[in-house]
Write a new protein. Structure first.
Lengths: 262, 106, 160
C-alpha cells in the first residue's frame, strides 16, 4: 500500500519538475473558468441535478437548522433573518468580509459562529461538523447563480495582500506555490487530472475524493498537505486571507454552491 | 434531520413509465479503511433498499461495499394507480430509514 | 531534488501520522489498497448468485465511463432490452467487479411493473478493472455486458 503511494508520488515528480517555473502571471479575466467546465459529463450531471447532488442533503439539513431555536437566547436564525431565500441572497458571494469587532476578516463559517455567540448565546460549531456545513451549505445555496462580489472595503487591503503572498509563496518539500500550478499551468494535466484554476465558486462542496461535503478551508488544507507543506490548523488566519484573495481573483464569476468536484 | 431526497413525478398518465430517483446520506463504510492509528474502521453499509407502490414491491436492491457513499439509486415503474410509494433502506446494524411520496395517476 | 524524501517508506508513514494527528478525526481514504479479489473470485461470486447456466453476451448495456475522475464515486447505469411483459421480463440484474476486495456490487430485483429494465447508481472501484452486468430473464436465460474501466489516482494526494 505504501509503495503504491510511493509509485504515485515518484510518477508525479518528473511531471511537477516539467511544469514551467515562470514568474506567476495572473489569469486574464476573460480566461477565467470554473473547474466545472473540465469535469466529466457524469460529474457535471451530479452537480446539475439537485436530487443527485449529495450536497443537497446538507442543504436540507441546513434549512431545518435555520428555523431551530438554540442557545441560551433560545433564538433561531430565522427569528432575526427571516426567510433565508431572501435575506441570505448574495451573502456567500461577498464573504469573507471585514468584522469590525475583531478588526479582521472572517469567512462564512466564522461569521455563523460569531452570530451564534452574539445573538443566540450558543457555543461555536466545530469546523467541518455536520451542523456547520449544513448551515453554510444552506446559506451558500442562496447565492447560487450570483456573481462573486467581494466587498470593496479598504480595511481588507492588508489581508488581501497577505493572502496573495501566500498564493505566490513557494513552500513545502516540493517547493511549489499555488500560483505555479493554478496561474501558470492550469489546463495542463498532472497525473491524469486537469489542473484547475482554483476558483472558490462552489463551496461548500461535495468532493468525490472525500465522499462528503467540505468547506473551502478543508480543500485548502488538502492542497497544502498535497504540496507537502506545513498545514496550519483550522481557523488559522492564513486561510481567511487566502480565501479573501481567491474571492478577489474570482470576482464576477458565478457562484455554483453547493458544487460537486472529483 | 433530513437524510433522504426522493424524486417522484407528482402526476402521471395511467400506463406511463416514470423514473424514480432516490438519494440517502450514509457513509457506506466498507470495513477496509483504516484511521490515523491504523485501526480498521468497522463495516457499516446500507445493504438493502426496497420500494413499494401501494404496498406491492416494485423494486429491490441488495447493496454491497462497492456502492458509493450517499447511495443514489434510480429506477423505473409503471404508473398504475394513484397512491403512495414507500421507500425503505436497511443497514448492517438493522437501522431502517424510510421515506414516501405520493403520485396521482390519471 | 534528492532521493531522500521518498526512499524511506517508514519516514513517509511517520509524515502521514504527524499530519493526521492534527486532523479532526477525518480518516484518509487510502486509495489503491492492495485488492484481494481476482477474476476467479468474481467467477465464484457469479456462480453463487446465478448458478452454472451459460451466460450470453447481449441485450444488456452497462454504461460506465471508460476513464473515471475518481474511483470513489463512479456513475453506472444498466439497461436491458426487454418488453417487460408478464411473459417476458427481466427478473434481476447483478453487477460484479474483478479487483475490489469484494466481487459483488449490487443485485437488483425487478418485475413486469418496472416498465423499463433500467437502473442507475454510483459505485466504487479500487483499481482499473472489468465490471460485468448479468441479467436474469423470466425464461431463465442469462445475458451480460462487460466494460473495462480505467481508474486514475488524484494528482495531489492528500493527508487530511
Amino acid at each position: 500500500m505504501t509503495h503504491v503511494r510511493l509509485a504515485g508520488f515518484v510518477a508525479v515528480l518528473p511531471l511537477i519538475c516539467a511544469l514551467v517555473p515562470s514568474l506567476a502571471t495572473e489569469i486574464a479575466p476573460e480566461n477565467r473558468r470554473s473547474a466545472y467546465a473540465d469535469m466529466s459529463r457524469e460529474t457535471k450531471a451530479m452537480q446539475d441535478d439537485d436530487t443527485a447532488n449529495p450536497a443537497m442533503l446538507s442543504v436540507l439539513d441546513g434549512e431545518v437548522l435555520w428555523s431551530r431555536k438554540t442557545g441560551a437566547a433560545d433564538r433561531s436564525c430565522a427569528d432575526c433573518h427571516g426567510d433565508a431565500t431572501q435575506s441570505m441572497k448574495g451573502v456567500a458571494a461577498r464573504y469573507p468580509a471585514f468584522d469590525a469587532k475583531s478588526g479582521k476578516p472572517v469567512d462564512l463559517e466564522e461569521r455563523i459562529n460569531l452570530e451564534r455567540a452574539e445573538h443566540q448565546k450558543a457555543p461555536p460549531l466545530r469546523f467541518e461538523s455536520d451542523e456547520l456545513l449544513a448551515l453554510s451549505a444552506y446559506v451558500a445555496r442562496q447565492s447560487r447563480g450570483e456573481p462573486i462580489a467581494p466587498p470593496n472595503d479598504e480595511r481588507l487591503a492588508p489581508f488581501i495582500a497577505a493572502g496573495r503572498a501566500i498564493f505566490d509563496k513557494r513552500q513545502g518539500q516540493l517547493n511549489l506555490s499555488c500560483a505555479l500550478c493554478h496561474d501558470d499551468n492550469w489546463g495542463k494535466r498532472l497525473a491524469g487530472n486537469i489542473v484547475p484554476q482554483g476558483h472558490p465558486t462552489g463551496y461548500p462542496l461535495y468532493r468525490l475524493e472525500w465522499q462528503s461535503l467540505g468547506s473551502l478551508q478543508r480543500r485548502l488544507r488538502n492542497c497544502i498537505s498535497g504540496m507537502r507543506a506545513d498545514v496550519p490548523d483550522y481557523g488559522a488566519p492564513e486561510y481567511v486571507n487566502l480565501e479573501l484573495f481567491l474571492m478577489q481573483r474570482a470576482r464576477g464569476m458565478t457562484m455554483e454552491s453547493p458544487a460537486v468536484r472529483p | 434531520m433530513a437524510r433522504t431526497l426522493i424524486n417522484v413525478p407528482p402526476k402521471a398518465k395511467r400506463g406511463q413509465v416514470v423514473e424514480i430517483k432516490t438519494l440517502i446520506s450514509h457513509v457506506m463504510e466498507t470495513g477496509y479503511r483504516r484511521n490515523e492509528t491504523g485501526v480498521a474502521i468497522p463495516r457499516d453499509i446500507i445493504n438493502l433498499f426496497v420500494c413499494t407502490y401501494n404496498g406491492t414491491e416494485i423494486f429491490r436492491a441488495d447493496l454491497h461495499q462497492a456502492i458509493a457513499a450517499n447511495p443514489f439509486i434510480t429506477f423505473f415503474t409503471t404508473a398504475t394507480e394513484s397512491g403512495t410509494l414507500e421507500f425503505k433502506w436497511t443497514d448492517d446494524n438493522g437501522q431502517v430509514e424510510t421515506a414516501s411520496a405520493k403520485i396521482t395517476v390519471e | 531534488m534528492t532521493d531522500k524524501s521518498y526512499s524511506h517508506p517508514t519516514r513517509r508513514a511517520v509524515l502521514v501520522g504527524a499530519a493526521g494527528a492534527g486532523a479532526f478525526g477525518v480518516a484518509p481514504f487510502l486509495t489503491l489498497r492492495r485488492a484481494e479479489a481476482t477474476p476467479e473470485t468474481m467467477k465464484a461470486a457469479i456462480h453463487r448468485l446465478i448458478g452454472e447456466s451459460p451466460v450470453k453476451k447481449g441485450k444488456v448495456t452497462l454504461d460506465i465511463p471508460p476513464l473515471v475522475e475518481n474511483g470513489n464515486t463512479i456513475a453506472m447505469s444498466v439497461a436491458v432490452d426487454s418488453p417487460m411483459t408478464e411473459a417476458n421480463h427481466v427478473k434481476a440484474i447483478h453487477v460484479f467487479n474483478e479487483k475490489n476486495p469484494q466481487p459483488d456490487i449490487i443485485s437488483v430485483h425487478l418485475g413486469p411493473r418496472a416498465g423499463k429494465a433500467t437502473f442507475s447508481t454510483r459505485i466504487r472501484l479500487a483499481d482499473s478493472q472489468s465490471v460485468v452486468a448479468i441479467a436474469e430473464m423470466s425464461d431463465g436465460t442469462l445475458w451480460s455486458d462487460t466494460v473495462e474501466v480505467i481508474v486514475t489516482i488524484a494528482a495531489c494526494l492528500e493527508y487530511n
